[in-house]
Design a protein around this ligand. Structure first.
Ligand SMILES: [Zn+2]
Length: 339
C-alpha cells in the first residue's frame, strides 16, 4: 500500500507519550505562555526535542524529554498539549488512541496530581469534540521514583478512573530500576483496580518482561528483549499478553540494535497479540502512518496484518465492550477493500 493509503486507513494506537509527542507549533505556543525563548527555525527546534541520532541507549533518548517538561506545568498547557496530540492522531485517521503521561512531572507550578490529570482529560475531551476519534489517558508511574511516590500518584488518580482516564503504566529508567523494584507500587495500582500496561524489555533485559508477565500485567510496552527468547515468547502467547511494539523508538534507543533484534517476526510467528505504536511522535520524529510504512518495508507487513494488529489493540484497550464493537466494525469496513 502506498503512503496515502496507509494514511487514510483507520488506525489505533495504545502507546503514545504526551510529552514526547507535542507538535513543534504546540511547543512554540507553550513556550510563549511562559516567555521561554526558542530557536527561530523549526530545524533548530527539532534538534532540541528529537532524540539525538547518536543515542546510545534509552537513557540518552530520555534526555530529549527534559526540554519539554517545564512547558507542561499549568492546566492550560496540559489541556493544549493533550488536544495537540489528539489532533495529530486524528489527522492521520487514528480512531482510538491512549495517551500516557506522568502527572508527577507537572507539579512544579503548584498543580496537584489530580489537577494535572484532570487538565489532560479536559484536553482530550476538547480533542474528541472536534475530531472523529476516541482518546483515553493513562497515568504513568516512573521506575526511578520511590515506590511510595508512585503509590501516592495511583492513590490520588484512581478515583478519576472512568470514561477518559482508563489505566496506568510505568515508564522511565529501566536499566537501573528493573520490574521487580517497582513491584510494591504495581501491586498498589492493581489493588486499586487500575488497568495496567508496563514498559519492559527496552534494555536487553528479558527478565523484566518475564517479571511483568508474572505480575499479571496484561500489556507490555516494547518487550523488545524477547526477540531471541522462545520460552518467554511462549509465555507471552500463553498468557494472552498484548505487546505494544515501537519500531522506530527501539532502533533509536538501541533496544534493537538492528532489525534482526526487533521481536516483530518472532512474536508474529508465535501468534502473539502485537500492536503498532509510535511511542513518541516528536522525540522519535515519526507518525503511525510512517510506522506502518516501515513495517511494510522491513517485514512485508500486509493489510491483513495491520487489520489484525488493530483488532489486537482494540481487544486490549481499556474500554467497554460496546466501544470495542463500534471500533471493530469501523476497521473491518475500512480494510475490506485491501484484505
Ligand atoms: Zn513508551
Amino acid at each position: 500500500m502506498d503512503f496515502q493509503t496507509l494514511h487514510q486507513l483507520s488506525k489505533t494506537e495504545l502507546h503514545c507519550h504526551l510529552d514526547g509527542s507535542l507538535s513543534l507549533s504546540c511547543i512554540r505556543q507553550l513556550a510563549k505562555m511562559i516567555d521561554r525563548k526558542l530557536p527561530a527555525t523549526d530545524n533548530e527546534l527539532r534538534r532540541l526535542v528529537q532524540a539525538p541520532a547518536d543515542s546510545e541507549n534509552l537513557g540518552d533518548y530520555l534526555k530529549a524529554f527534559d526540554f519539554v517538561a517545564p512547558l507542561l506545568q499549568t492546566k492550560k498547557a496540559l489541556q493544549l498539549a493533550a488536544y495537540d496530540v489528539v489532533e495529530q492522531a486524528a489527522e492521520e485517521n487514528v480512531r482510538y488512541i491512549e495517551i500516557r503521561f506522568a502527572p508527577v512531572f507537572s507539579l512544579a507550578g503548584g498543580l496537584s496530581l489530580v489537577e494535572a490529570t484532570q487538565a489532560v482529560i479536559e484536553g482530550l475531551h476538547q480533542g474528541m469534540a472536534t475530531y472523529d476519534i476516541m482518546a483515553k489517558a493513562l497515568v504513568c508511574g516512573m521506575r526511578q521514583l520511590p515506590n511510595t511516590d508512585n503509590q501516592t500518584m495511583f492513590k490520588a488518580t484512581a478515583p478519576l478512573l472512568g470514561s477518559t482516564l482508563v489505566g496506568g503504566d510505568f515508564a522511565g529508567n529501566e536499566a537501573d530500576f528493573p520490574t521487580n523494584v517497582c513491584a510494591p507500587a504495581i501491586k498498589t495500582a492493581q489493588s486499586l483496580g487500575v488497568p495496567l500496561t508496563f514498559h519492559a524489555g527496552e534494555c536487553h533485559c528479558p527478565q523484566n518482561i518475564a517479571e511483568t508477565v508474572r505480575l499479571g500485567i496484561p500489556r507490555i510496552g516494547h518487550a523488545t528483549a524477547c526477540f531471541d527468547q522462545p520460552a518467554l515468547i511462549e509465555k507471552i502467547v500463553e498468557t494472552g499478553t498484548t505487546v505494544e511494539l515501537c519500531l522506530t523508538s527501539n532502533l533509536q534507543t538501541k533496544a534493537a540494535r538492528t532489525l534482526a533484534e526487533f521481536p516483530y517476526q518472532a512474536l508474529k510467528k508465535a501468534g502473539a497479540k502485537i500492536t503498532i505504536n509510535t511511542d513518541n511522535r516528536t522525540v522519535s520524529n515519526t507518525t503511525l502512518t510512517q510506522e506502518y510504512q516501515r513495517y511494510q518495508q522491513a517485514f512485508g507487513t500486509t493489510a491483513a496484518d495491520f487489520l489484525a494488529f488493530n483488532l489486537n489493540a482494540i481487544d486490549a484497550a481499556f474500554i467497554p465492550d460496546a466501544d470495542k464493537k463500534s471500533l471493530r466494525d469501523q476497521l473491518h469496513q475500512d480494510y475490506a477493500t485491501y484484505c
